[in-house]
Design a protein around this ligand. Structure first.
Ligand SMILES: [Zn+2]
Length: 118
């Protein structure tokens, strides 16, 4: 199965995050940030998103959206309003549903992206 090429960076507000989806980077991040069970991880200090390369394509793209949502929470400062684990619970609930909704509704996605439809 051919995988879609993961983008190398994402810009969220004034911040550009590198996206690293290779095994060496993910393994190093798991140790450095003590998140051995993580399948995705965002370091705001490094402005870097790590994605486990062993995930299947559906999971990889959802985990990327999940991590982007963490960067949005950080960039907007809304993360300081969440109680412990509330941010994670919110994102874990919304991210898969949002991605599925966008995938199933191409016309809506096209409209949101500003594509011109004749
Ligand atoms: Zn998370």
């Amino acid at each position: 199965m051919a995988y879609r090429k993961m983008p190398k960076e994402v810009t969220v507000g004034p911040y550009t995050f590198q996206i690293k989806g290779d095994k060496a980077s993910m393994d190093a991040a798991k140790v450095k940030f003590e998140c051995l069970e993580a399948i995705g991880f965002t370091s705001t200090h490094e402005q870097c998103i790590y994605i486990d390369p062993d995930l299947n394509e559906d999971m990889r793209s959802e985990v990327l959206l999940h991590e982007i949502m963490h960067t949005i929470c950080e960039a907007t400062g809304i993360n300081s309003s969440f109680e412990e684990k509330e941010e994670e619970q919110f994102i874990a609930t919304v991210s898969p549903t949002l991605l599925d909704t966008l995938r199933r509704n191409e016309a809506v996605l096209s409209y949101l992206l500003g594509d011109v439809i004749e």
